[in-house]
Structures are given as structure tokens and as C-alpha cells.
Design a protein around this ligand. Structure first.
Ligand code: TYM
Length: 389
């Protein structure tokens, strides 16, 4: 079932599945079968009893959970049980500043803000500028620093609570991470790093050591608070290899294993693949002008038939339509989305209507978001990590 690209003493690379798709922290390709990914990564499905537990604790289930956008986890149930007994947890998430922010990045952050509000949780937000410099050949540190600044504006614009949120930029705040990263690094062999991340002899040594830096914020809350603190990481599932590695060493270092809640990917507006900055024509950026949004949406791929007559006769295929998924995860209510699905399948809805809904909603969202990005410029300092939270 699993087709490893490289085998190591401590396991096998589980990032390429059946040659059909590939999910690593740096590359996501092909049509992803999320059930296969759960099996292959060894994570757990978010089951109805987990959702029940959330409902008991906070009185509701967020649509991203209900619609299974967040579909997989590691120890999320344990985090909830701890919380029920009165043990608060920290949230931890992040960004590798390789470009501007698109709507796909925003989804896990919007959900993280929701968790922060509902569970009154502190948040560490790591910016891995080192990772994005080390990975790939073409970016200077200066370019990365520019994106770091731009991305911080987006992070603040999401609306996190400045009193409970601290942003850590690796190259700026390394002294707070380095002691923990060193402890982690000592316990990870090259063979494990190759197996988990697919590193090879041509990988630069900066990248080989980097995962211990992304592991460090998992344990920083315990150092800040002076006792073991549970940590929950909301992110898309591409980041899971980091947590697999971190969980392996956590208990040996006297910390809890970090828990995760994994999302799917928001698709790009093209024929397949996730929304990605490397395909800018199929991604909607938080800084796009309204005309640009309009144009990208109008040229989006859809699950529609070749002609209106065929669409009316045969109906469309919402499951293969990025416009449908985009509306479902971002803008429609569950009921609106279900209605859209049925109308599309029965030929009673044309692609032009969905595109016009998406263009309208995205433009209004982005116009509002850009204002919040502007205001963020005045409060950056409040959000930066200073050794405490
Ligand atoms: P990065 O910058 O690649 O991605 C930032 C966050 O966005 C998620 N993501 C997406 N989610 C939905 N749809 C998409 N199309 C999509 N593309 C990206 C990613 O999963 C991530 O949650 N190494 C990390 C930075 C990092 C981090 C972390 C991320 C450091 N510590 C802790 C998550 C949690 C990176 O380069 O993310």
C-alpha cells in the first residue's frame, strides 16, 4: 500500500502514497485521498464522539469540523479531556513566509482564532523564515524578510487577541527556541530525518537540522509556564511529518506529546491541486485588487458540463469543482451549500451563478481584510514575542 521513496532504519517515508499523490511540508501534488492519508500517516479520524465532546464543552460544533474540513487529529480527544478537567492548553500554529498570503492559509488561522476565543487559549505563532530561505534556491534572506513583514500583517488581520498571541520569527527570536531545538536535535538521527522528510544526500544541512526548530514551540509553553502544558496545533495535514518526529521525542524530554488537528487543503481555482502561491493565477491573495479577484474567479475551472444544454440535461459535478468547495468552506452556510450541491447535480444551477457568488463574496471579504491589514501596521509590536506570553 505504502510506496516509500526512501527507507530508513526507523521507518519508511510515508509521504508518497500509491504513486497517486504526494503530501510533504514542502510539496502537495495529485488528487489527495484523505482516508488513505489518515492510514498512511497513522493519524485518527475526527469521529462523531469527538464532535459530541466539543458540543458538550462549548455548546456548538464549528462548520469546519461539521463539514470535515478538519478531518483528522492526534490526541485532540485527550486535549479536550484535559480541558474538561480544568487543564488549559496552548495553541501553536505557523507560517513559512515564502510569498503573500492566500485564502488557503487563512482557513486554519481563522479556525485557530475561533479555538482561541472559545477555549480562552494562548497562542504561539511561529514564522519559519529560516525554513523558507533554506528550502529552494532562489530566495534571498532579504526577500524572505519582506514576506515576513507582509505575512505578519495578515496574521494580525485575522483578529487574534493581542494579549494572548505571540509571534515568533525564527531568525529574530532564535535564542528562545535554540535551547529546546538543541535538545530535540540530539535525539533525532539522520536516518529518522531522511525517513520522515525524504531528505537525501543533496539536501543542505540547514534543512536537515531545521525540523528541530519547528518542534521547539511545542515545548516552549511548558518552559514559559514552568510545568508541562498541553499544546494543540491546528494546521493543514502537510505539516504532520514535523509532529510525528516531535511526538517521538516529547516524553523523553519530559513534555507532553503535542496534539494536532489536521485540515484538508483549500483547492486552487485550477483543474486540480491545492491553492498555492506557486500558482498565483489560481490562488486568491489577501492583497488582490477586486478586478484581479473577479478575473481569477471568472476563469476558474468548474465541475460543469461543456455547454449550458448539457449542464441542464446531465447536471454538474460539484465534488470536482473548486468553486463549489471554496464556497462551501469559506462562505456558504451548510444549508446553502447542500442546496447548491443538489441544484448543481440536477442541472438547475449553472457555473456562472456559482462563479458570480464566489466573486462577490471573495471581493467583499478581501476588501474588508485589506483594511484590517492596514490597521495591523500600528500594532505589530504588541504581537511580537518577548520571552513571555
Ligand atoms: P506554510 O506557510 O506552508 O502554510 C501555512 C499554513 O497554511 C496551511 N496551508 C493550507 N491550508 C489549506 N489550504 C491550502 N491550500 C494550504 N496551503 C497551506 C499549512 O498547513 C499551514 O498550516 N513550516 C510551516 C510553518 C510553521 C507551521 C508551524 C505551520 C511553523 N510552525 C506550526 C503550522 C503549524 C509552513 O511553511 O507553513
Amino acid at each position: 500500500m505504502v510506496d516509500p521513496i526512501q527507507s530508513g532504519r526507523n521507518g519508511e517515508t510515508r509521504n508518497i502514497i500509491d504513486d497517486e499523490f504526494k503530501v510533504t511540508p514542502w510539496e502537495v501534488e495529485g488528487e489527495i485521498d484523505y482516508n488513505k492519508l489518515i492510514e498512511s500517516f497513522g493519524t485518527q479520524k475526527i469521529t462523531p464522539d469527538v464532535l459530541e465532546k466539543i458540543k458538550d464543552l462549548i455548546g456548538e460544533v464549528h462548520p469546519m469540523l461539521k463539514l470535515q474540513y478538519f478531518f483528522s487529529h492526534r490526541d485532540f480527544d485527550w486535549i479536550l479531556s484535559k480541558y474538561e478537567k480544568g487543564d488549559k492548553f496552548y495553541l501553536y500554529t505557523g507560517r513559512g513566509p515564502s510569498g503573500m498570503i492566500h485564502m488557503g492559509h487563512l482557513l486554519p488561522w481563522i479556525f485557530t482564532k475561533y479555538l482561541q476565543d472559545k477555549f480562552d487559549a494562548k497562542l504561539l505563532f511561529q514564522i519559519t523564515d529560516d525554513e523558507k530561505f533554506l528550502y529552494g534556491q532562489d530566495r534571498t534572506l532579504q526577500q524572505i524578510h519582506h514576506f515576513t513583514y507582509e505575512n505578519i500583517l495578515d496574521i494580525i488581520a485575522v483578529g487574534f487577541d493581542p494579549k494572548k498571541t505571540k509571534i515568533i520569527v525564527d531568525t529574530k527570536h532564535i535564542k528562545h527556541l535554540y535551547p529546546i531545538a538543541t535538545e530535540v536535535a540530539k535525539r533525532i538521527t539522520l536516518s529518522t530525518a531522511k525517513a520522515v522528510f525524504g531528505f537525501s544526500n543533496s539536501t543542505n544541512i540547514g534543512m536537515i537540522g531545521f525540523p528541530s526548530i519547528q518542534a521547539a514551540p511545542c515545548f516552549l509553553p511548558s518552559i514559559i509556564e514552568g510545568k508541562p502544558i498541553p499544546v494543540l496545533i491546528p494546521a493543514a495535514i502537510d505539516q504532520d511529518p514535523y509532529w510525528r518526529m516531535t511526538r517521538d521525542v516529547a516524553e523523553r524530554l519530559g513534555y507532553y506529546k503535542p496534539a494536532q488537528i489536521h485540515s484538508k487543503f483549500l483547492p486552487g481555482l485550477g483543474i486540480s491541486g491545492k491553492m498555492s502561491s506557486s500558482k498565483p493565477e489560481t490562488a486568491l491573495f489577501t492583497t488582490d485588487e477586486p478586478e484581479v479577484v473577479e478575473k481569477k474567479v471568472s476563469t476558474a475551472f468548474t465541475g460543469g458540463q461543456a455547454t449550458v444544454a448539457l449542464q441542464r440535461k446531465l447536471g454538474g459535478n460539484p465534488a470536482g469543482c473548486p468553486v463549489f468547495w471554496y464556497l462551501r468552506y469559506f462562505f456558504d452556510t451548510e444549508r446553502q451549500s447542500d442546496e447548491r450541491l443538489l441544484k448543481c447535480r440536477s442541472g438547475n444551477l449553472l457555473c456562472g451563478e456559482c462563479k458570480s457568488d464566489l466573486a462577490l463574496q471573495s471581493k467583499s471579504f478581501i476588501v474588508d481584510f485589506r483594511k484590517r491589514r492596514e490597521s495591523a501596521k500600528d500594532v505589530i509590536k504588541e504581537f511580537m514575542y518577548n520571552g513571555e506570553t
